[in-house]
Design a protein around this ligand. Structure first.
Ligand code: PHE
Length: 517
């Protein structure tokens, strides 16, 4: 279909200047058009030139809100549904930057009553900003007015230039800006309005039917190279095994560092272990169905350790152990909801609870634990995000641990992975304090790239489990895909798994060579 349209069009026109526009004008799918163009180009029916267009990209701040929700919604959710909250109290619940922007936007939207005491004016709000940012990240067009306001808030950077490939290839990198790719097309040296069908083999039917007289045979290519057989086998082996293989290497690293593996054989988790036990408030945007896959059946968990649940409820509502808690009405129904675990920290919380219980009965034994397994987030799938991915998580539970220990362990761990240039940036997690984002220097991109998140678990998480005050836990988590992408120069997450896997990857990378042995 697309082929006839393209060849037919070129019969009367000099050029298809933009395959994207052409696809829209003719009601065709752009990826079909691109595939046909590639094939016609290969057979010299057409000459095709790449064109790339930069599309809007989210700024770092925009990315953050796309993940965590807009500041106004984050702020709104931190304001109790009933009654009011002191401004100073509210300030403690949210990130300082979020607080400032959140207050002014939420007041502008007439969502909250500002003053010394802050209260809600409406009961429910929609996160339009987050939705718009997700649409842009998805490559969708949005209303120009909306675009303007996102630009004014510096949440997106707008480029609409049409640029030729030659210029662009040296000036942008796929990880930092999003590019749309298409073709401009002209007639090629072997152009014909209808593709000639060429036969590759002389068959019995051709001979018997006499068709062999009229059929055009494909020329034999004597200089074509066949695939080297042994390399081909290795490719096949590796790309189906890449995920397993990287996992095994990481497990080796952890084991060399004396870490024990945690049992991760449960994709379905209760909100309790995934969030509540981690002191993540029930209004937190990550607990929204926009971010988390909740289960319909079975909708709720059957069993939770009741005494512990009571302590978790108390720490959320009114604090304890030197904390004021969040000061909201903790609801059991929220904690009961089943979900697909959003992080492997859910496993860590279960394990730590078990360690604390054992410590109560016997004596406390320091532990080093790790896990590598699948987690799920309700995200728009694009080149750097998947709705499911693998997380690597490590933790050390011992007396008297400090941030220095955490930095030391991270440096040890990452240097064993081949990433020895690390930087840390203060961050926020509901369950860790202090928290640090981990950055690694990417030689290819020539910049620092975020590779993980870490911190010291809060007393609000550890003390209700039953740990004594002197026991600390340092922990970190990262996606398996991120360091693999950085280490092996893959810029699109979908190239790692599935049909887009690049076979040449195997040849280029030392990882694969060791893998064959
Ligand atoms: N759970 C965090 C995430 O999903 C990672 C993390 C683990 C952060 C442990 C701090 C401590 O990104």
């Amino acid at each position: 279909m697309a082929e006839e349209v393209i060849l037919g069009y070129l019969q009367n026109h000099d050029e298809i200047s933009d395959s994207g526009q052409f696809a829209t004008d003719h009601g065709l799918d752009h990826s079909d058009v691109v595939n046909v163009i590639k094939s016609l180009h290969g057979f010299r029916y057409v000459d095709a030139q790449d064109i790339k267009r930069e599309t809007d990209v989210l700024t770092e701040e925009g990315e953050k809100y796309a993940e965590q929700g807009s500041p106004e919604v984050q702020l709104f959710l931190a304001v109790p549904a009933e009654g009011s909250i002191l401004k100073e109290e509210l300030q403690k619940l949210v990130d300082p930057a979020v607080f400032k922007i959140g207050c002014s936007q939420a007041a502008k939207n007439k969502w909250v009553q500002m003053g010394n005491q802050i209260s809600r004016k409406v009961q429910h709000v929609e996160d339009r900003i987050k939705d718009l940012l997700l649409q842009i990240r998805d490559g969708q067009e949005i209303d120009t007015g909306d675009k303007k306001s996102l630009k004014a808030r510096k949440l997106i950077a707008v480029h609409t230039r049409l640029v030729s490939l030659v210029v662009l290839v040296f000036t942008t990198c796929d990880l930092c800006s999003r590019t749309w790719k298409g073709y401009s097309v002209r007639k090629g040296p072997d152009y014909a309005p209808i593709r000639r069908r060429t036969a590759t083999d002389l068959t019995r039917e051709y001979l018997q039917g006499g068709d062999w007289r009229n059929i055009e045979f494909k020329e034999y290519n004597f200089s074509a190279k066949g695939p080297p057989p042994e390399a081909f086998i290795a490719h096949k082996f590796i790309f189906t095994r890449l995920e397993v293989w990287v996992k095994e290497r990481l497990k080796d690293i952890f084991r060399l560092m004396n870490f024990e593996e945690m049992p991760t054989n449960r994709y379905v988790e209760s909100s309790f272990w995934n969030f509540d036990a981690l002191f993540q408030p029930q209004q937190h945007p990550a607990r929204d169905s926009h971010d988390t896959f909740f289960l319909k059946a079975p909708e709720t968990t059957k069993q939770l350790p009741e005494d512990y649940v009571e302590l978790v409820k108390r720490v959320h509502e009114s604090g304890g152990y030197g904390s004021r808690g969040y000061g909201y009405d903790w609801k059991r129904e929220e904690a009961n909801k089943n979900l697909l675990r959003t992080h492997t920290t859910a496993i860590s919380s279960r394990m730590l609870y078990a360690v604390a219980q054992l410590a109560k009965q016997q004596s406390f034994t320091p532990k080093r634990y790790f896990s590598i397994d699948r987690v799920f987030r309700n995200e728009a799938v694009d080149r750097t995000h998947l709705a499911e991915f693998h997380q690597i998580e490590g933790l050390v539970c011992d007396r008297g641990l400090t941030l220095g220990h955490l930095i030391g362990v991270l440096q040890d761990f990452f240097s064993r992975l081949g990433m020895d240039k690390l930087k840390f940036k203060p961050a926020y997690n509901p369950y860790t304090e202090p928290s640090m984002e981990i950055f690694s220097y990417h030689k290819g991109l020539g910049k620092w790239v975020e590779i993980g998140n870490s911190g010291m678990f809060r007393p609000e998480m550890l003390r209700p489990m039953g740990f004594s005050e002197d026991v600390n836990v340092i922990a970190w988590g990262l996606s398996l895909e991120r360091p693999t992408m950085i280490l092996y120069g893959i810029d699109n997450i979908r190239e790692l798994f599935g049909h887009k896997v690049d076979l040449a990857l195997v040849k280029r990378n030392p990882l694969c060579l060791i893998g064959i042995q």
